[in-house]
Design a protein around this ligand. Structure first.
Ligand code: HEM
Length: 231
């Protein structure tokens, strides 16, 4: 019961997060600073709840998980279409992860569509442009199915805005909070997996912990992290 409830709760929050990030995208493209600040406060707070929920599942011992693990068959976190959508929306696009979802699986088409859409970072560029930043051509015309990449020109501009427009630093810090929270979830999920199944492979067909570690400490907004030593 706990295992099902906790996953369904996550799915509800993922749905809410996707909804909020769509609003953030609109705020960014409209240059609405206070709208984006307001909503980043919300998503950051939801993320903290998602991290805290892991404590509940960690009350389950490895042997109690083993008692029903076989009945999961190939069911896995890989089937969380909404989590993958969230990654794609945030610009962390790993097309290879689509291989783990069968084309007839509900939500597969939605995922394909998200893969080709502009991300929160692309909309963030729109926002920066409303504050006088020249967005490099290669970022404007990038292949949308690829992950967003860090960019030194953007970093220099964000640094300048941090130093000259204090109200923008509120937004940048909230974005950093979100990013840290998302990475924290990955860390806590890995530790949960490690203490529950150790070195076993995942039910979704991945090597388990080693696979999950590949995305650990990968920031969503690398440009915001790259400049901190310069402030
Ligand atoms: C005892 C509890 C859990 C175990 C043992 C576990 C195990 C795993 C493993 C081994 C993977 C790698 C994919 C695979 O081969 O299956 C994975 C992925 C994933 N799990 Fe869990 N998990 C647990 C709980 C949760 C919970 C509560 C969530 C809530 C949403 C969750 C969400 C995910 C997601 C979204 C992925 C894909 C991550 C990615 O691709 O980076 N898992 N999980």
């Amino acid at each position: 019961m706990l295992f099902i409830i906790i996953h369904q709760t996550y799915e509800l929050w993922f749905k809410e997060l996707l909804h909020e990030f769509e609003k953030i995208n609109r705020d960014f493209s409209a240059g609405d600073l206070f709208g984006a600040i307001h909503t980043f406060k919300r998503v950051r707070t939801i993320m903290k709840v998602l991290v805290a929920q892991i404590d509940i599942l960690e009350t389950m011992t490895p042997s109690s998980f083993s008692s029903f693990r076989d009945r999961l068959e190939t069911a896995s976190g890989f089937q969380s279409v909404q989590f993958r959508e969230l990654e794609f929306v945030l610009g962390y696009k790993r097309a290879a992860t689509l291989h783990y979802v069968k084309p007839d699986f509900p939500g597969y088409d939605r995922l394909q569509q998200r893969l080709g859409e502009r991300t929160v970072i692309d909309h963030f560029y729109d926002f920066l442009a409303t504050r006088g930043v020249q967005i490099p051509e290669e970022l404007r015309n990038r292949d949308l199915a690829q992950p967003n990449q860090p960019n030194e020109q953007i970093q220099a501009e964000i640094l300048r805005l941090y130093q000259t427009v204090p109200e923008l630093s509120i937004l940048f810090e909230l974005m950093t909070d979100w990013d840290e929270g998302f990475q924290e979830w990955r860390y806590r999920h890995i530790k949960l997996v490690e203490r529950t199944i150790g070195a076993k492979h995942g039910t979704g067909g991945s090597p388990g912990v080693p696979f999950l570690k590949e995305s650990l400490f990968k920031p969503i907004f690398p440009d915001l992290w790259a400049i901190r030593h310069k402030m």
